[in-house]
Design a protein around this ligand. Structure first.
Ligand code: SAM
Length: 243
């Protein structure tokens, strides 16, 4: 590697509250030559908010494979590239892995500015055992595949963390109930935002709470306790917003 070799910095950005962008994240965005981002408009708004103007290069699930060579070339030419996603930590159900793997295989320097992660934020407010945990991203959208997906984790003695969309959450939790049993769960909604709330209880209790709503809105993370997590607390479904 020569002295002009660049650097790739993986930077976490807020999952809702813009004040969660760290001073070091801002400094690294300011120091970068270019920023690889999922949605240039969205990152453009973040950059405008912090008063930093930089060339943005899109990197999303449809072009990441094609971008790899271009990114490697830029790094070898000495560029400092920052990698961000629309929200939270890149690579975690977000683009970036192919680029990081390529840079790592090429022996190029990779650094990070850690920060917000919806998965970990939900885990730490869930009230469920934090270790060991397994983060599984989004379950498949189709019911058959989704049930097989949950079956893979039935014997796991881990807390599971998953992402789910608001319009699938009730069906997905019903499948989880059928496959995993009536486990303890927490559903964290709109973390760090104005309408943040966490619903905790058995799957059946939380499904009842969600199904009673006209429409579930916002972004959601589901944390599922292992079969071993029994009655650590009294059996009362609770929401933080109950007051
Ligand atoms: N890479 C991101 C991270 O580290 O948090 C997550 C990106 S993933 C494409 C987006 C999903 O993360 C959403 O559908 C939702 O499940 C979860 N999520 C993101 N922000 C959230 C928030 N503020 N509250 C709850 N869940 C959130």
């Amino acid at each position: 590697m020569n002295s002009t070799t660049g650097r790739l910095t993986v930077i976490a950005t807020p999952i809702g509250n813009l004040d969660d962008l760290s001073p070091r994240a801002r400094a690294e965005l300011l120091a970068a030559d270019r920023i690889l981002c999922e949605d240039t408009r969205r990152t453009g708004r973040l950059m405008a908010h912090i008063g930093v103007k930089k060339p943005l290069l899109s990197l999303h699930e449809h072009n990441e494979r094609r971008r790899v060579d271009q990114v490697l070339e830029a790094l070898l030419a000495g560029e400092h590239l920052a990698l961000v996603s629309d929200a939270g930590t890149p690579l975690l159900s977000d683009p970036g892995f192919l680029v990081v793997r390529a840079a790592s295989t090429a022996g190029l320097p990779i650094t990070t500015v850690p920060g917000p992660s919806a998965a970990l934020a939900a885990l730490v407010v869930s009230g469920l055992p934090p270790l060991p945990y397994t983060f599984v991203g989004f379950p498949p959208a189709k019911p058959g595949k989704r049930r097989r997906f949950f079956e893979r984790y039935r014997e796991f003695d881990h807390t599971l963390i998953l992402f789910e969309s608001p319009h699938r959450i009730v069906r997905s939790l019903r499948d989880a109930h059928e496959v995993l049993g009536d486990r303890r769960i927490a559903v964290a909604r709109e973390l760090t935002k104005l309408h943040e709330e966490t619903l905790r209880g058995r799957i059946s209790d939380v499904v009842d709470l969600l199904a009673a709503k006209e429409r579930v809105k916002g972004e959601l993370v589901v944390v599922v306790g292992s079969a071993e997590v029994g009655d650590l607390e009294p059996r009362n479904p609770r929401s933080d917003s109950d007051g």
